[in-house]
Design a protein around this ligand. Structure first.
Ligand SMILES: [Mg+2]
Length: 260
């Protein structure tokens, strides 16, 4: 019985709309008793909120324990590097809760001499936060970024993603971050460990060739690229040629799965 690492946005839902085949696909997996983990680069929501979003949008059972966010992975990474350390966070509730849950101490400013700056998406990002982050990093704090996504597709079109804020901090601090989210091996290692199966018995399923599929391939997992979300309407051959990333399976939608 293989396990599944499932992307969320663009794969199971698009913002607040379900992807039509997703609920039936997940019900098939549940009937088979397949282990599954929902893995998202979005650091803004808590795992409880992600599970609630899945239940509300798709009408499927989902629990917080089945979710791994880039915020949780970033918090674990810093907590393992320096247990109980002090962190200046740029992010929303999902990131702040993950850091506190991992036993880290939140600082309000660079004056508090944080050991690390952990940055995710923050829709209240300001010049003051940019200044505090760059000052802390220049004073020796570690620089951890939840995910590299530069833009996010939303109902309002492409909006700035977490990676766009990271770009500002990189410019201001002169330092490169440690990247946590997909395609980083850091979140993939935690995801494989959490599923408790050998990597080659896990399917990584997602709509993003450069994050989901690249991360799955690097982790030694099996990979299925689904042509929904950001991949809807693309020319798969052209995308694969341009990126050099080749998934094991390409599906028009999730119910295209051959042995479902
Ligand atoms: Mg996606």
């Amino acid at each position: 019985m293989p396990g599944y690492i499932l992307d969320l946005d663009g794969t199971l839902y698009a913002g607040t709309n379900p992807i039509p085949e997703a609920a039936a696909f997940l019900n098939h997996l549940r009937e088979q008793g397949a282990p599954r983990l929902f893995v998202t680069n979005n650091s803004s929501r808590t795992p409880e909120a992600v599970a609630r979003h899945l239940r509300e949008i798709l009408g499927i059972p989902a629990e917080a324990e089945e979710v791994l966010t880039s915020a949780q992975a970033a918090a674990r990474y810093q907590a393992e590097a320096a247990p109980g350390s002090r962190v200046y966070a740029i992010g929303e509730e999902g990131l702040r809760q993950a850091l506190v849950d991992a036993g880290l101490v939140l600082c309000d400013d660079a004056d508090e001499k944080p050991d690390a700056v952990v940055q995710g998406i923050d829709r209240s990002f300001t010049y003051e936060k940019l200044f505090a982050a760059s000052r802390a990093i220049r004073a020796g704090a570690a620089f951890i970024a939840t995910n590299p996504d530069l833009q996010l597709p939303t109902e309002r079109g492409l909006t700035p993603g977490s990676g766009s804020l990271t770009a500002a901090i990189r410019a201001a601090s002169g330092q490169e971050p440690v990247w946590i989210g997909k395609p980083s091996p850091i979140i993939m290692t935690y995801a494989v460990e959490k599923l408790g199966l050998p990597a080659d018995e896990i399917w990584v399923v997602g709509d993003n060739l450069r994050t989901d599929i690249a991360g799955g391939l690097a982790a030694g997992c099996r990979t299925a690229w689904v042509l929904t979300g950001i991949a809807s309407g693309v020319d798969p051959e052209a995308e694969m040629a341009a990126s050099g990333i080749r998934p094991e399976r390409i599906l028009r939608h999730l119910l295209d799965w051959p042995d479902l």
